[in-house]
Design a protein around this ligand. Structure first.
Ligand SMILES: Nc1ncnc2c1ncn2[C@@H]1O[C@H](COP(=O)(O)OP(=O)(O)OP(=O)(O)O)[C@@H](O)[C@H]1O
Ligand SMILES: [Mg+2]
Length: 223
């Protein structure tokens, strides 16, 4: 790829199920640059989560290719390692470890990066402070509100400073104040670190906040 600012290149990507009877994605092509915030929209079942799973190395395309930072994902030998280096994920439901405090949950990805405990805790504390969660750092996920849990999930996704952030309906179960807060935090991260943020959402307000909108319909991108 000649243009080095292209962080993500999705080329003619299809994802079929049941021998082609279900075309969750059908020939999707687009490129995105570092620093952009993209909203992925479209009706339920149009393929948003499928697309994020392919980009996040949680699934593989039936046809076509996905390249991140010039690397074709089909040739990545250690997906877990690649994810750790390049990608942060925020899901609709937080997937926090129930027996760990918010601080421990947020610091967890740094273990795999080989950081020492003191540094991990310092970075996690700072990230929680940015999310206005310092007072909740030592609480278990079950003991905080839904909005606080989701903000902690965002903190956990950002802690490794990923160049690519994938968010699948990150505000699905939040009120509009927390909704906006979560998206503003993701956008601030994109601006501060030159990251690319991809947010799948049904929320028109979030789609409006994004720099660009990709609309899927029956597995295909609308012009
Ligand atoms: N493992 C599977 N087997 C068969 N069909 C599947 C499978 N996974 C997804 N699909 C189908 O692929 C299509 C796209 O699903 P996907 O979850 O990507 O939609 P979505 O846009 O994220 O929807 P929502 O807005 O409801 O989250 C749907 O029709 C879904 O039923
Ligand atoms: Mg989905």
């Amino acid at each position: 790829m000649s243009d080095t600012t292209i962080l993500l290149a999705v080329t003619e990507v299809s994802r079929h199920h049941d021998g082609g009877a279900v075309k969750a994605l059908d020939g999707v092509t687009f490129e995105a640059r570092a620093g952009e915030v993209l909203a992925l929209t479209g009706p339920s079942g149009c393929g948003k989560s499928t697309l994020l799973s392919l980009i996040g190395l949680l699934d593989q395309p039936t046809f076509g290719s996905v390249c991140i930072a010039g690397e074709n994902l089909a040739t990545v030998r250690q997906p877990a390692n690649f994810r750790l280096q390049h990608i942060g994920f925020v899901f609709q439901f937080h997937h926090m470890v129930a027996t760990m405090t918010l601080l421990e949950n947020v610091a967890a990805p740094l273990v795999a990066l080989g950081l020492h405990r003191r540094e991990r805790r310092a970075r996690a504390s700072e990230m929680l402070a940015q999310m206005d969660l310092s007072a909740r750092a030592n609480f278990l996920p079950a003991k905080v509100s839904g909005g606080e849990r989701q903000r902690a999930a965002v903190a956990r996704a950002l802690i490794t400073r990923p160049p690519l952030l994938l968010a699948d309906e990150p505000t699905g179960n939040l009120d509009s104040h927390n909704n906006t807060l979560v998206v503003e935090l993701l956008m601030a991260h994109a601006r501060a670190h030159g990251a690319l943020v991809l947010i799948a959402t049904h929320n028109p307000e979030i789609a409006r906040l994004a720099d660009r909108r990709l609309e899927l319909c029956d597995g295909r991108l609308r012009a």
